[in-house]
Design a protein around this ligand. Sequence first.
Ligand code: 5GP
Length: 136
Amino acid sequence: MASIFSRIVTGEIPSAKVYEDEHTLAFMDINPASRGHTLIICKEEYPGLLDVPPRLVEAVARTTQRVARAIMTTLQPDGLNIVQNNGAAAGQVVFHYHIHIVPRWKGDQVSPFSRQGKADPQELQELATMIGNNMH
Ligand code: 5GP
């Protein structure tokens, strides 16, 4: 069965999309660790880093860097956590290769592995549009 992220790629499940190209898609995490928490996925479905062809690792890394820059411009955080979980023991829940960008502010007490509960879809869409508009 297709992963939840594959169903986001096809549009079967809605998402707040930031950016899309041939191989990668970036969208807001529905259950963010901090404001602006964004996921970058490889459109083709592979469980984790160890399974992805190198050319797609590179494509995801390039998109991650571009989205990270756009988040810095848009939200002006003091830092970013880039997180990528492999295996249930490491906290992976969706077995479709993805990278998390978690914006951080000084003294925010956020753990990039914690979640703040479901975000407001309209707010996620506004963030996605703002970040997407700053993509270069
Ligand atoms: P993992 O723990 O597998 O590295 O992270 C999976 C992430 O996907 C979690 O942060 C979770 O909040 C997010 N997530 C799970 N289901 C959905 C969904 O349907 N839509 C969006 N936008 N994010 C999701």
